[in-house]
Design a protein around this ligand. Structure first.
Ligand code: PEP
Length: 252
């Protein structure tokens, strides 16, 4: 059985004091936790402090660039993350794709670069509301899956966790129904199985993301193909984030 992976994406939120207070609570909870994986993706400036303090939590960046160094103002590289022992990153979040215009090609370049530099990545995919309304969801998702795995060996691809995040459900309070989400996750496994093989597809973890909260987490996580959650809003408070972790622990 795949191990649940519950990850919090803090986005551009929290000052130092509030970041430390939240991460201390998560750290305390995770200290002796081995049933599920717990991850936190804070703003860059908190990575080193959190990495030094927390041993049993996956700590990762919210983005990387596909170059190691140079004149790329505002960017961060795998080499820099490696220097503070951070081996995880999120790639292709819809906010990166839509606000910062990251293309499918860039997402694939970033995934390749991260994996070639010994990183592990949560890679996000998801459809827009218009695409869902037009019945284009499964096609869009299949296209994104094929693009992100383009020219990546199976061995390297083992370091990827996927996050299906319907864009219309992010930060809106709207969630995909557990059935709809599971259908998409099943499709993802089918596409991945055609790229690699069924054993790889069976082992691949696919998180759901999009307004996951304590009140809807159980129904989502009960679905066969949903292996965890990537959480925005509800990861900003210890109470809601840890309640979702509790639900995952109970279901594992
Ligand atoms: C996210 O940003 O990845 C996300 C799922 O946000 P929220 O939980 O707030 O919808």
């Amino acid at each position: 059985m795949r191990k649940f992976f519950i990850a919090g994406n803090w986005k551009m939120n929290k000052g130092l004091e509030s970041a430390m207070s939240l991460s201390n609570k998560i750290n305390e909870y995770a200290e002796n936790e081995s049933k599920i994986d717990i991850g936190v993706f804070p703003p860059y400036i908190y990575l080193q402090g959190m990495k030094n303090t927390f041993k049993n939590i996956i700590i990762g960046s919210q983005n990387i660039f596909f170059k190691q160094e140079g004149a790329y103002t505002g960017e961060i590289s795998p080499k820099m993350l490696d220097s503070i022992d951070v081996e995880w990153t999120i790639i292709g979040h819809s906010e990166r794709r839509n606000i910062f215009n990251e293309s499918e090609e860039w997402v694939n370049k970033k995934v390749k670069f991260a994996l070639n530099n010994h990183m592990k990545a949560i890679v996000c995919i998801g459809e827009k509301l218009e695409e869902r309304k037009k019945g284009y969801t499964l096609e869009k998702i299949s296209m994104q899956v094929k693009n992100l795995f383009y020219e990546i060996s199976k061995e390297k691809a083992k370091n990827i966790t996927l996050a299906y995040e319907p864009i219309w459900a992010i930060g809106t309070g709207e969630t995909a129904s557990p059935e709809d989400a599971d259908e998409v996750h099943e499709k993802i496994r089918e596409v991945v199985s055609n790229i690699y093989d069924s054993d790889f597809a069976e082992k691949l973890r696919i998180q759901y993301g999009g307004s996951v909260k304590p009140h809807n987490a159980e129904e989502l996580l009960k679905k066969d193909n949903i292996d965890g959650a990537l959480i925005g809003g509800a990861s900003l408070e210890a109470d809601s984030f840890l309640k979702i972790c509790d639900i995952a622990k109970k279901l594992q």
